[in-house]
Design a protein around this ligand. Sequence first.
Ligand code: C5P
Length: 218
Amino acid sequence: SPIPVITIDGPTASGKGTVAHRVADKLGFHYLDSGALYRLTALSALRRGTDLNDEHALAKLAEHLQCSFQGGDIILSHENVTEAIRAEEVGNTASKIATFHAVRHALLGLQLGFRKAPGVVADGRDMGSVIFPNAALKVFLTASVAARAERRYKQLIGKGISANMEDLLMDLQARDDRDTNRTIAPLVPAEGAHVLDTSNLTADEAVAQVLQWYAAIG
Ligand code: C5P
């Protein structure tokens, strides 16, 4: 039988990163953080001063990304960029360049390469709809904008970074609109996806639900 894939898609700050990572740990599966690939391309473009409207140049950067995932660390051309790619500017740039077909296409092979035995948990926006349409289990995590803004707020404050709730709400809304309304690979639940609203769930509860769905399909 084929190598099993569990896809976990959803909007920014829906908790999918945490949930996908823990599910992968529990099952001993590999973990694909596809958003990190868009962020790496964005960081690379920002550093090189690449024109953010030049689809062809951006796709070239994506295609030749020198990146590796070592434990929890993300390396770009020998530099540890684990923290750097989480910056707001990088996230916003990632979301902009992710609207280009050539960029998405350039990252396809890299993503498919994560499908290795004994299995992979893939986290992103289009994992179930585009990249792994034949996944064993597809999950779509949602949460209210308010719940997500609050999580993001606590995360930032926890890291000693000042944050403003109004700005966070506006930012999330803008990112959602862009990801949902783009013509290529828009953020929508894949066909057959289980939708899980995590507004009132802890990460552990969400993980338990995903594992239960996976156990149910055998
Ligand atoms: O998930 P994360 O916030 O790290 O992703 C950054 C941006 O990359 C998202 O806002 C989205 O626009 C884009 N992305 C995407 N497809 C994916 C993963 C991320 O378009 N599979």
